[in-house]
Design a protein around this ligand. Structure first.
Ligand SMILES: [Zn+2]
Length: 233
C-alpha cells in the first residue's frame, strides 16, 4: 500500500485495509496473477460496489488481465465486474501496462520491467516527487530488473522477494522464486550498496528459517519487511 491510495497487489486487500484506505484506494497495480497476489480483489470491489463513484482501476499486463477475466471474474467464480455498473458508472476498469513501460497511477510515476517468475510478472520502480522505491514482485534470478534499478538515481528502498529457504532450492527452481543464497547472488548485481533492502514474500511456513538464513549471510543494508508496519521513504 502506498500513501493509503495505491495498492500494489491485492492478496489481502479486502481483509487488511483500514476504512480510510478502503475509501481512498481506487488504483491497484498487479505484479502478476497468482492467487496470493489477487485474492482480495474480488471482495474489495464487491464491498465497495454500490458506493463507488469511480471505478477501481486495475493496472496490469495483458496476460494478467486475461487470467482475471477468464479464471476469476468469469461469473462462475465471481461476477464479471468489468461488465457491471452501479448507479454512478463502471465499477472495474483495466489499464493494460507493457513489459517495459512508463505510466502514471494516481499521483505516482511507475516504470515496469518483466521479471523471472513462472507466469508473466512485473517488477516496478515507483516514483513520487524526488523519491523512488523498487519492488521485484515474485521472481527468480533477474537481469533487466537490475539494469533498470541500477540506472535509477537516489533509490530510497528496494523490496525483493525471498520465498523459500536454501534447502528448498529445487522447489524455488520449479516455481521461480529466490532462496537466501540466491538472493545474495542477486544483490551482488545491485550497484547501490547503500540503498536499504527489505525482503518480502517469505512463505509463512518457512519464515523463521528464511530469516535465520538471511541473517547468517550478514548482508549489510538488508532487513526483513515487517508486515503491518508503516515505512516512510
Ligand atoms: Zn507468484
Amino acid at each position: 500500500m502506498i500513501d493509503d491510495r495505491v495498492a500494489i497487489d491485492a492478496g489481502s486487500l479486502a481483509t487488511s485495509v483500514s476504512d480510510a484506505q478502503r475509501e481512498n484506494i481506487r488504483d491497484v497495480l498487479l505484479t502478476h496473477a497468482h492467487l496470493d497476489h489477487i485474492a482480495g480483489l474480488p471482495l474489495f470491489i464487491d464491498d465497495l460496489f454500490a458506493n463507488l463513484d469511480e471505478p477501481v482501476r486495475v493496472h496490469a499486463r495483458r496476460e494478467v488481465i486475461e487470467v482475471l477475466e477468464r479464471d476469476v471474474f468469469n461469473w462462475a467464480v465471481y461476477p464479471r465486474f468489468s461488465e457491471l455498473r452501479n448507479a454512478n458508472g463502471p465499477v472495474l476498469e483495466y489499464r493494460e501496462i507493457g513489459a517495459n513501460d512508463e505510466f502514471g497511477v494516481a499521483h505516482l510515476k511507475i516504470r515496469s520491467v518483466d521479471v523471472n517468475h513462472k507466469v508473466t510478472s512485473s517488477g516496478f520502480v515507483v516514483e513520487h516527487d524526488d523519491k523512488s522505491i523498487a519492488l521485484s514482485g515474485d521472481t527468480a534470478e533477474m537481469d533487466a530488473f537490475w539494469e533498470l534499478i541500477n540506472e535509477t538515481e537516489g533509490l530510497s528502498a528496494l523490496l525483493i522477494e525471498c520465498a523459500f529457504p536454501n534447502d528448498l532450492g529445487d522447489l524455488a527452481d520449479i516455481s521461480h522464486h529466490l532462496t537466501p543464497d540466491r538472493l545474495a547472488r542477486e544483490l551482488d548485481k545491485f550497484r547501490n550498496k547503500d540503498c536499504p533492502v527489505y525482503v518480502v514474500n517469505l512463505k509463512p511456513m518457512y519464515r523463521e528459517m528464511i530469516i535465520a538464513e538471511i541473517r547468517s549471510l550478514r548482508l549489510s543494508s538488508v532487513e526483513i519487511l515487517e508486515v503491518g508496519r508503516i515505512y516512510e521513504f
